[in-house]
Ligand binder design. Structure first.
Ligand code: SF4
Length: 321
């Protein structure tokens, strides 16, 4: 069931996920009528709106429309200006130490920036950021990922986080701490619980689908939604993912389609990366518990001997799962 709508306020609205805005894309503000119709659609469907901003000030009438309804703001970091956004996106590693306190913060990092992620910045985020989401961008082709290095860096970060927990702090880093608290899938939901309204007044499965192909729309603000084969976006119809317990995995349908040509079939690399995170979270939970009582209501994460659930497919078929 739909619960959220993402409204991109401009063609250059910041990415907050794996996809990147094409370099040639010029600014194009959403039409005020389309914005109002999108808000009306959200009200009728009872959807929470997430507005995604470009790096310039919007016209007053757009701001008035936005402020006419409860919503979440996702804004790019554009310097040292005080910002009241709910989510701040850093599209590269900040060159200066963070000056202010930040709410949910997204670091969009290239694989190399991730591998080079420095301890001084980690210490900054422990102090200044309520929650950090690390998202890897420019993973094209994903096969180029060095998953061994990814694993090594996860372990290094896990040591930093363990130390913070020993110091009495509780940092939230999506790729390492989310899985400790989850008992079921907590994935992106594009096309199932979430849709996107683009600046051209059309709906898309998610922003990445819009930027990849503007003809890939699933309706518009006037005619309404028209999602073909919507069941394919649901976890129940994802044969590998529904047998998986890497609950923190983004399960990115856009990456799925790019890599396997099927929105409900992940690539091996996406699964391995998510399982390395899962397994490092498992070790982190065990290690934190060596220092004291920690979330006693949560069971340890079980040990598994695979990094891609696809390997178990014959077992599910035998057990008719
Ligand atoms: S790790 Fe693979 S199987 Fe598991 S949820 Fe993620 S994409 Fe799906």
């Amino acid at each position: 069931m739909l619960q959220y709508i993402i409204i991109l306020l401009d063609d250059t609205a910041t990415s907050f996920c794996h996809y990147s805005i094409p370099h040639h894309r010029a600014s194009k503000l959403i039409d005020l009528d389309d914005l109002k119709n999108g808000i009306r659609f959200a009200m009728i469907e009872n959807l929470m709106i997430q507005f995604v901003y470009p790096n310039y000030e919007l016209p007053t009438r757009h701001i008035e429309a936005i402020n006419s309804i409860d919503h979440i703001d996702i804004k790019p970091y554009i310097g040292e200006r005080e910002d009241n956004s709910d989510v701040i996106v850093f599209n590269k590693i900040p060159s200066n130490l963070l000056k202010d306190k930040y709410p949910t913060t997204i670091f969009r990092l290239t694989p190399q920036e991730f591998f080079d992620f420095p301890y001084y910045l980690a210490k900054e985020t422990f102090k200044k950021v309520e929650r950090l989401n690390i998202v890897i961008k420019d993973i094209d082709p994903i096969q180029a990922w060095d998953l061994n290095r990814y694993n090594d860096k996860l372990k290094e970060m896990s040591d930093w986080i363990e130390q913070e927990y020993c110091n009495g702090n509780t940092p939230q880093w999506n790729i390492l701490t989310d899985r400790m608290f989850l008992s079921k899938m907590n994935n992106c939901g594009a096309g199932d619980t979430t849709i996107t309204l683009a600046p051209n007044g059309k709906f898309y499965i998610c922003p990445a689908f819009y930027y990849e192909n503007m003809d890939d729309s699933i309706g518009n603000v006037n005619a309404g939604l028209d999602i073909k084969n919507q069941y394919l976006y649901k976890l129940e119809y994802a044969p590998i993912c529904r047998h998986c317990d890497a609950y923190q995995c983004k399960r990115c349908l856009w990456l799925n389609r790019r890599m396997t040509l099927e929105v409900n079939t992940p690539s091996h690399e996406q699964c391995v990366a998510a399982h390395l995170e899962r397994n490092t979270s498992r070790s982190l939970l065990i290690n934190i518990r060596k220092h004291g009582n920690f979330i006693p209501e949560v069971d340890n994460i079980k040990e598994i001997d695979y990094l891609d659930p696809f390997i178990n497919r014959e077992k599910w078929q035998q057990e008719n799962l």
